[in-house]
Design a protein around this ligand. Sequence first.
Ligand code: AMP
Length: 114
Amino acid sequence: MNDCIFCSIANRQIPAELIVETDTLVAFHDLNPQAPQHVLLIPKKHIATLDGAGDEDRAVLGDLLLAAAEIARRLGFAEAGYRTVINCNQNGGQSVYHLHVHVLGGRALEWPPG
Ligand code: AMP
């Protein structure tokens, strides 16, 4: 996808400090953090939404969650706790249409979300 900002980050057309890069995903800090720690994980493959993911994406969806847990441990907030979020479509509050997992930590998070 030529006009997808997260594809551009994954392809390194836009500079971003990558926390993790594997064959299937990259992770980087959110530009507008909502918690002291706010990491985004994205598949290298352009998948617009979770609703658009298919059977063929089963492995990468697993990779994203395992990498989220690994990053939380590596950045030191796993034990205190954190939240993973995938916003989907308009009512879910999705603003970038390239599937991504938010990992939020470093403070107590409220529930339910707004
Ligand atoms: P969502 O609302 O779930 O689609 O989340 C999109 C997230 O991407 C927001 O938290 C934005 O702050 C973040 N974001 C947008 N552009 C960038 C960028 N260039 N680098 C890092 N984070 C970004």
